[in-house]
Design a protein around this ligand. Structure first.
Ligand code: FES
Length: 87
């Protein structure tokens, strides 16, 4: 099974838009998925470059799929879907 990579944006826009509440994922993901899923911070994921997209920060990538207005629930749901596809 391939490892799923989760990148949590730690860029300025996402930080200002509240990405710090996603820090809980750094504990939750390893507890829930072990080494099947790795989670790392990322510099700006390049999603906030237009005014239109600012309102959809914070951003997270799950195996390359962009999650906008990311919440813990949305990220866990996206991981669950990827885990299901990889099994
Ligand atoms: S700061 Fe998060 S996508 Fe740019």
């Amino acid at each position: 099974m391939e490892t799923i990579e989760v990148r949590i944006c730690s860029g300025t826009t996402c930080f200002v838009m509240g990405s710090s509440f996603l820090n809980e994922l750094y504990d939750l993901i390893p507890q829930k998925y072990g080494d099947k899923v790795i989670v790392k911070p990322s510099l700006c994921l390049g999603q906030c470059s237009s005014d239109d997209k600012h309102s959809k920060a914070p951003y997270v990538k799950v195996d390359g799929e962009v999650i906008s207005s990311a919440t813990i629930e949305k990220v866990l749901l996206a991981i669950e879907k990827k885990v299901g596809e990889n099994e």
